[in-house]
Design a binder for this molecule. Structure first.
Ligand code: CO
Length: 134
């Protein structure tokens, strides 16, 4: 069921500073910032040969990553995203196995314009896990 690692997401308090760090220190190629008000974040993607790194900066007063950044003021690894070919089939299989899907359990459109779901970190080794349909 599980496919490629689509991206690793890092929550950051200052997107411009994060971009400068990866661009100047690591020579990374980075996409333009994209505001996603419905997700409460602004994102950029660091393009690597085999995967992507997603930087998340809070957007708006009720950002879902605000609490994470309170606990991790310098930023930190926020989630992993794996690709699946059929998101609803993957969800049904996981729910049947006892895993918890966050929110109402229905896929939402993520930063790549594709359906995504998030799985409860307590069910996946303490790591927030995103599934994206590709
Ligand atoms: Co993500």
């Amino acid at each position: 069921m599980i496919g490629r690692l689509n991206h690793v997401a890092i929550a950051v308090p200052d997107l411009a500073r994060a971009v400068a760090t990866y661009r100047d220190a690591l020579g990374a190629r980075i996409s333009a910032p994209q505001a996603l008000p419905e997700h409460g974040v602004t994102v950029v993607f660091v393009e690597l040969p085999n995967t992507k790194i997603e930087f998340l900066e809070p957007l708006g007063a009720t950002s879902p990553i605000a609490k994470f950044l309170e606990r991790n003021p310098e930023g930190g690894m926020h989630h992993l995203c794996y690709e699946v070919s059929d998101l609803r089939a993957a969800r049904d299989r996981l729910v049947a196995a006892g895993a918890r899907v966050l929110g109402d359990g229905e896929p939402r459109i993520g930063a790549h314009g594709r359906p995504v779901l998030f799985l409860h970190p307590k069910d996946f080794l303490g790591t927030l896990t995103e599934l994206e349909e590709v």
